[in-house]
Design a protein around this ligand. Structure first.
Ligand SMILES: Nc1ncnc2c1ncn2[C@@H]1O[C@H](COP(=O)(O)OP(=O)(O)O)[C@@H](O)[C@H]1O
Ligand SMILES: [Mg+2]
Length: 314
């Protein structure tokens, strides 16, 4: 089985004085699904656009299966299917017409395209809708067609830019299921997301980016071990009614509470000792304060790592 790869080598992208990407070095190899995690504005779309030659880097190189995307665009992109920044499909087209148009742009020969369209529509569970107009479809269905379009031509490498963004919970879960199915086939999937739980649910590995800098890349468990704050744990706590400043101050004074971060007046994140016995004492102190505690939820390892990597957005 061929091992697919994508690689960014000293990738930089400047907009005037602003560094959207700074020296990104990332090599992903193998048939797996890698999450590209970072808050809004981190540089995810910019990176993916460079990988598909939609924009040029200011310096550095991007490779798909070892081929430089900027220098041998056609050859490199032959093995790539990408969905970047959710394109709008003409509402008056049917799914089949829309996929046919994209297939032709991709240069798929006519005799292969008819069959390929049926195959990709089937993979995104949209085969029954092939002759229905796109305009009548839900956002989730349109997104599934966009994924189908990315799959035309049977690409080895699949790049997805926030594929569940803007969808309702049902649409999100349908798209996630499709990506999970794709994982079972022979692909390298690189998928950006700002949703931590989505990446941990779908992906084998995670690359974390913020302010244009790559902060971590590895298996989810390695990244967690690396960034999880030692002996500390972040616990989300929620209350039935808004807290006053006085009440928040009381929480700060509880023995073992290291830090209190106010999300809003109903929700706080508290940093506490990771020792379960100490956490249990803190929980009972919280209950004794009679503030209407409704939830006490210690973060998972990945959440903890995320919060520690992306401190300023936490
Ligand atoms: N064409 C552009 N001109 C100027 N700044 C841009 C342009 N495109 C993106 N940026 C900036 O680059 C940064 C990274 O953007 P982007 O890659 O879209 O982030 P993400 O996809 O992670 O949300 C952002 O601060 C964004 O405002
Ligand atoms: Mg983006």
């Amino acid at each position: 089985m061929q091992k697919y790869s994508i690689e960014a080598l000293n990738l930089n992208k400047r907009y005037g004085q602003f560094n959207a990407l700074s020296d990104i070095n990332l090599k992903i190899e193998g048939n797996k699904c890698v999450g590209f995690l970072g808050p809004n504005g981190a540089g995810k779309t910019t990176t993916l656009k460079i990988f598909t030659d939609m924009i040029k880097p200011s310096s550095g190189q991007a490779f798909i299966n070892g081929i430089d995307v900027n220098h041998e665009k056609k050859k490199a992109l032959k093995s790539v299917g990408a969905l970047i920044e959710t394109p709008e499909i003409y509402p008056s087209l049917t799914e089949r017409e829309a996929l046919s148009m994209i297939g032709q742009i991709k240069g798929i020969p006519k005799e292969k395209l008819t069959e390929n369209i049926i195959k990709v529509a089937d993979r995104v569970k949209m085969k029954e809708w092939l002759d229905k107009k796109v305009g009548k479809m839900s956002k989730g269905m349109k997104q599934r067609i966009n994924i189908a379009a990315a799959l035309l031509g049977d690409p080895d490498v699949i790049l997805l830019d926030e594929p569940t963004s803007g969808l309702d919970p049902r649409g999100m879960s349908e798209v996630r299921d499709i990506i999970k199915e794709l994982k079972k086939e022979n692909h390298l999937i690189f998928m950006s997301s700002h949703i931590l739980s989505e990446v941990s649910e779908i992906c084998d590995e995670v690359a974390m980016i913020n302010h244009g800098k790559l902060l971590a890349y590895g298996s989810i468990s390695d990244v967690v071990t690396k960034f999880q704050s030692k002996n500390k744990n972040i616990v989300s706590i929620s209350f039935a009614s808004p807290l006053t400043k006085l009440q928040t101050d009381k929480i700060k004074k509880i023995k073992g509470v290291i830090r209190v971060e106010i999300i809003d007046r109903l929700n706080l994140n508290i940093t506490v000792d990771s020792n379960p016995k100490k956490q249990s004492e803190i929980l009972s102190s919280l209950v004794k304060l009679k503030l209407g505690l409704t939830a006490f939820k210690p973060s998972s390892g990945l959440e903890d790592a995320y919060l520690s990597v992306f401190k300023e957005v936490a």
